[in-house]
Design a protein around this ligand. Structure first.
Ligand SMILES: Nc1ncnc2c1ncn2[C@@H]1O[C@H](COP(=O)(O)OP(=O)(O)O)[C@@H](O)[C@H]1O
Ligand SMILES: [Mg+2]
Length: 233
C-alpha cells in the first residue's frame, strides 16, 4: 500500500532576477513499511524535498499524497495538525527547544495535540531510547548522541506512521551515529513504520530497503543486484 506519492513535483527559488530550479518533475512512490534512502550532493535539494513531503513547504506544482490525504487540499492549520498526528521528523541539528528539559521536549507534540497522557507517554518514549535517567536534563547538558535520541523519542511519541529524517547522523561521530541509527532503524522496524532518510553515509543507505539519488531535480533509484548474484561478482 502506498503511503507516500509524489507526482510531477516542481520547486524553484528566485534569486534576485534569476530562478533556481531545484526539483523538476520529480516522482516517488513509497509503500508502507519501506525504508528509503535519499542521497545526493550538497545543494541538490534533499532538504527542500523533505520539507515538501512533510508539508512544511509547498511545491510550485505537483501532488503530494500521504496515505489518502492530498496535502494541497489542506490549509496551513490543517497541514500543521496533519503533520503533528501523522509525520515524525528528525533533523541533523536535533532542533530541540533549549529551555525545555528532555522530558518537556518529548511532551511538546503530545501537549500540542491535547493529549492528557502526555507525561506518561513521553516518559515511555524516553525509556525506549534509553534516556530515562536524563529526563530532567536540558539539551545543553546532553551529548550530541543523547540530543538526537531525545529528538527521536519526540518524533516517535505521537506514534506517526511515517518518519522523515534529514541527515540524522550528520552531526554525530561515526560510532555514535551508527549506534543512534541502529536505534532509529530498530524502532522503525518494530513499529512497522515507513522511513525516508536523507544521508551522506553509504553504509546507512545500504541498510535501507531502497536507495535513491537526487540529481538534476529528479530521484534516480539504484538497482542493486540480488544478494545471490552479488557474491559472484
Ligand atoms: N528558502 C530558500 N530560498 C532560496 N534558495 C533556497 C532556499 N532553500 C534552499 N535554497 C537553495 O536550494 C538549493 C537546495 O537546497 P537544499 O534543499 O537545502 O539542498 P540539500 O539539502 O540537498 O543540501 C540550494 O542551492 C539552496 O541554496
Ligand atoms: Mg540538506
Amino acid at each position: 500500500m502506498s503511503i507516500l506519492s509524489l507526482k510531477n513535483i516542481h520547486k524553484s527559488y528566485s534569486q534576485g532576477s534569476s530562478t533556481l530550479s531545484i526539483l523538476k518533475d520529480l516522482e516517488l512512490e513509497v509503500n508502507q513499511g519501506e525504508i528509503v534512502a535519499i542521497t545526493g550532493q550538497s545543494g541538490a535539494g534533499k532538504s527542500s524535498l523533505l520539507a515538501i513531503m512533510s508539508g512544511i513547504d509547498r511545491p510550485d506544482s505537483g501532488q503530494i499524497i500521504v496515505g489518502t490525504t492530498h496535502l494541497s487540499s489542506l490549509n496551513e492549520n490543517e497541514l500543521t495538525q496533519f503533520r503533528g498526528k501523522n509525520i515524525g521528523i528528525v533533523f541533523q541539528q536535533f532542533h530541540l527547544v533549549p529551555h525545555l528539559t528532555a522530558l518537556e521536549n518529548v511532551m511538546l507534540p503530545l501537549e500540542i495535540a491535547g493529549d492528557k497522557r502526555a507525561e506518561e507517554k513521553a516518559r515511555q518514549s524516553l525509556l525506549n531510547v534509553g534516556l530515562e535517567a536524563r529526563s530532567n536534563h536540558f539539551p545543553s547538558q546532553l551529548s550530541g548522541g543523547e540530543c538526537q535520541r531525545v529528538a527521536i523519542a519526540r518524533a516517535f511519541t505521537t506514534e506517526p506512521e511515517f518518519l522523515l529524517a534529514d541527515e540524522p547522523s550528520g552531526s554525530l561521530d561515526t560510532a555514535t551515529g551508527s549506534q543512534v541509527m541502529d536505534l532509529l532503524f530498530n524502532e522503525v522496524k518494530r513499529r512497522g513504520m515507513t522511513l525516508v532518510i536523507v544521508t551522506h553515509s553509504e553504509d546507512l543507505a545500504l541498510k535501507c530497503s531502497r536507495q535513491f539519488k537526487l540529481s538534476q531535480g529528479k530521484l534516480i533509484e539504484s538497482i542493486r543486484p540480488p544478494e545471490s548474484i552479488k557474491g559472484n561478482l
